[in-house]
Every structure is written in C-alpha cells, then in structure tokens.
Design a protein around this ligand. Structure first.
Ligand code: NHW
Length: 436
C-alpha cells in the first residue's frame, strides 16, 4: 500500500509516455487507451541505440545463443530486495517458456555490445489469448526483460520495451500483459508470494527463512512433516492421451473461477505447457477410479532454482549455493460441477437468490476440500523429487488451501499490468494467469 501511495506522486518519465493509466487515476471502465494502429503508423526501423550497442534477434533454438541468453539471466536477472537470491532459469526451462507452438521468434530481442558482440540485454514476448472479464484479447505476454548490471540506469529498458512493442504492433497486436515485483503505473492486481517449506534446515542456512533452533525447530519440523505417499486415488503423471481432457478441465475451471485467464485454444498448446518435462514441469492428473480414463482433476508445478548470493566487500556478489523451489502452476478440478441443494436446504432457503448463494457457498466448500487434498499430494511429490520449498501467489483459488497445507506469507509481491488496456482492479483470487 505504501508503495502504491508513493507512486501516485512519483515521476515516470518513460511510463508517462505509454498507454497505461496514471497511478493516480481511478479506473472505472475497461477498454483500450488507444485504438489499433494502421500499418503505416508502426515504425519500420528499429529505435536508435548508442553506437556502442546494436540490436539483434536471439535465436534460442541455436544452442550457443540460448547459452548466451541463459548466462545473461543467470548473472543479471531478478534478485530479491536484499540481493540474497537471484533466479537461475535452466536452458530447458527457457526453451519451454519461450518456444510455444505459436512462438514469434522476432519477439526474442537482444542488445549486443557492438565491439565485443557480447549479449548485454534481452526482452521477450509470446502471443497469448487472455480473457479479461467478458473480453478475449490477443496479447503479447512480455517477460525476461534484463539489462546487464554494468549498463543499468541508462534508460536502456525503455528502448527495449519500445522495440518489442514495435515488433508486436507489426503483427497487429496492440495489448500486452506483464508482471513485475515493482510498483509501476498501474497494476490491475497485486498478489503476495506464499512459501511452504519442505527442507527447513537448508532454507534457514541459505537465509531464506528465519533461523530457529532447539524446541522451536523441533516443533516446526513436526508441523511441516509430510506423509511418505500421496493419498488421492488414481493420481498419476499426465500422459499424451490426457491432453484434450486437461485442456477442457483447465479452460472450464479458469472461466468458472477467475476473471483474468489464458485461453488454451489447441491441444498442441496444452501439450506444450503441461506435458511433463524433466527438471522443468510436472503435471499430475486424477484418473477417476469409477470411470477409468475420465479425469476429474489435475495440478502442475515447475522448477525454478535460485542462486544463493554472498555480498563481497567490493560491492559485487558471488554465488555460494542454490535453493530448489518449485512454483505451483495451473490446476483444475471438476468438483465445481453441478452443486445440488438437498430438499431440506431448499425448504430452509426459499428465495432463488438465497438458493444461488447457498449453492455457491457449497461449491466453495467442495472446492476447498478437494484442493486441500490435491495440494497436500503436490507437497509430497515435490518433496520426493528433492525440492526445498513450494512457492505460489495468493491468486486463483489458492487462498482456499494455503493455510491448511502449511504455506506462510512471504515478503515479495507480484504486480500484474496490462499495456493499452485499462481495467478495473481485480482481487488476487480472480487472477488466473500464471507468469513464469
Ligand atoms: S519483471 C523483471 C524485470 N527484470 C529485472 O528485474 C531484472 C533485473 N533488473 C534489470 O535488468 C518481468 C533492470 O533493472 C531493468 C530496468 C531492465 C528491469 N518493468 O533502463 P533504465 C518482466 O520482464 C522502468 C517495466 O534506466 P534499469 C516484465 C522504470 O520504471 N518497466 O532502468 C517486463 C523507468 O521508467 P520510468 C520497468 O534499471 C515488462 C525505466 O524503466 C521495469 O537500467 C516490461 C528505467 O529504465 C520493469 N520491470 O533497467 C514492460 N523496471 O517511467 C512491457 C524498470 O519510471 C510493456 N522499469 O522513469 C508491454 C510492451 C509490449 C506492448 C505490446 C502492445
């Protein structure tokens, strides 16, 4: 809140020139800030860079270029406020995140040092259909904006953003979605990070969680203890033959529960985003014992390690280890299908409105119970796979199970933004789009 208030009067030399609402604006209606541009209104040439720097496309299907991009992010991407941790995305993860079936390879944009050829900055986008309340909009999902530490505060980020915007405009797309930890004009939602520790001792040693010893530690270890095996009958890893059912389950669940959600139009997209990949993404389905082959639920999580940093006397940082978190990705359950009221309930609750409210309440209770069970199993699987902590945001239906399965609130927040789309604010539980 403090950051939001401060931002109302902050000066944003760049963002003030962009089609986003001002931080002080009270958004009352959804809609674009500017209409689609005509092809001749989209600049043909790249934005000028200082002569020491040059634009390039980064072809991440080429092993060497992928490695360069990976190394740039490994050494210069997102850190926490105290510079204790830095995301360390694997090359397999980046391939997953940036090469979906509908990839636009000219949205993988880099900046090189003209003299040495070294990659010093990057920004990327992937196309995504996002439903925002009742509208489905084709957008660019922008991610992995990164400038080498030696080139910070030189207004390179605005150039990267304008350049990717130009490429996106060229194919007739005029909206984007992005997230950032920091406050900018103007978030449509602010979600808090929650953490569920699986390996408390390691997290304490790494400085990720508060150190406790003796009795307190024993108590914590006992609270966090997990059963050795999962408990949901029919739970198994997702297979190729599950793709189309997962697609229907997921689209339906998100539409029913959220107001900002991706639409998975094809099986190919679902196969890309959900089929298990070693050390990247895990998806489990529940193969209903009563109707074999009919899936009733699924959930997924992905691995994103963080380097543990040590600050040196000269102000630089070195890596002193790695923590292995998984992040909750999407899930869906059929538990929300047709909630029927009993005759007794109907007799007590006669008005149509009241009955609808009661049905909704029953639905929420059912979903909550089911999610608690599924997420407990997710923790068991993540622990068995050797992970240290499960992270997620306070979004979708997550608040229904966070406390029950031992998540606690963290210090971090993730803010959701649209470019050229004004939207009234969303409660975090209405956000159904997970950004990697
Ligand atoms: S958020 C992760 C961003 N990356 C990092 O935090 C990595 C570490 N930091 C850096 O590499 C996920 C640099 O600090 C960066 C800024 C590059 C962040 N989003 O060059 P200057 C994403 O990737 C504004 C948006 O001097 P710098 C999403 C800042 O407010 N704007 O700063 C990315 C200021 O503008 P202002 C950000 O520190 C979404 C200006 O940049 C920002 O050397 C991008 C300063 O530039 C951020 N995270 O480099 C938007 N961080 O107006 C996409 C700073 O306040 C928009 N700034 O003066 C949509 C485009 C497509 C549209 C299609 C229709």
């Amino acid at each position: 809140r403090r950051e939001e208030e401060a931002d109302k009067t902050a000066k944003h030399e760049f963002w003030e020139t962009q089609p986003v609402p001002k931080s002080s604006e009270e958004v009352k209606e959804d809609g674009p800030l500017h209409p689609p541009l005509k092809p001749e209104q989209v600049p043909k040439d790249p934005y000028p860079l200082p002569p020491s720097l040059s634009w390039c496309l980064v072809d991440i299907e080429e092993e060497e270029q992928m490695q360069e991009m990976h190394d740039l992010l490994r050494d210069h991407y997102v850190e926490d406020v105290d510079s204790k941790f830095r995301f360390n995305y694997s090359t397999d993860f980046l391939r997953w995140a940036l090469l979906p079936p509908n990839v636009r390879k000219d949205w993988h944009i880099g900046v090189r040092d003209t003299a040495t050829g070294a990659l010093v900055a990057f920004i990327s986008g992937i196309p995504v259909d996002v439903m925002v309340r009742d509208k489905t909009i084709t957008m660019a999902e922008i991610n992995f904006l990164c400038v080498h530490k030696g080139l910070r505060s030189q207004r390179l980020a605005p150039l990267l953003i304008k350049e990717v915007t130009r490429h996106v405009h060229q194919v007739g797309i005029f909206q984007a979605v992005y997230t950032a930890g920091r406050q900018l004009p103007k978030p449509v939602s602010t979600c808090r990070y929650f953490h569920r520790s699986l390996n408390p001792r390691k997290l304490m040693d790494a400085g990720f969680s508060k150190k406790v010893t003796g009795r307190e530690l024993a108590k914590l270890l006992s609270i966090l203890r997990l059963p050795p095996q999962t408990s949901t009958p029919g739970l198994r890893p997702m297979r190729k033959g599950d793709v189309s059912q997962v697609r229907k389950l997921l689209n339906r669940y998100l539409k029913n529960r959220c107001e900002v959600l991706p639409i998975f139009k094809t099986d190919a997209e679902v196969a890309h985003w959900f089929m298990p990949r070693d050390d990247v993404i895990w998806t489990y389905v529940v193969d209903d014992a009563e109707h074999p082959g009919k899936l009733s639920d699924f959930f997924s999580f992905y691995s994103l390690p963080s380097s543990v940093l040590r600050s040196e006397k000269n102000g630089s940082t070195t890596v002193r280890g790695t923590i292995k978190p998984v992040y909750l990705y999407y899930y869906g359950t059929k538990t929300d299908y047709e909630v029927k009221l009993t005759d007794e309930e109907k007799a007590v609750c006669t008005g149509q409105k009241q009955q609808k409210a009661l049905a909704k309440q029953k639905q929420n209770e059912l979903i909550k119970g089911r999610l608690v069970q599924l997420m407990q199993d997710m923790l068991v699987l993540a622990k068995a796979a050797g992970f240290d902590v499960v992270n997620c945001l306070h979004m979708m239906d997550n608040r229904e199970f966070l406390e029950e399965v031992g998540f606690g609130p963290g210090d971090g927040f993730l803010r959701y933004y649209f470019y050229n789309w004004r939207a009234r604010a969303f409660d975090p539980s209405k956000i159904g789009l997970v950004m990697l």
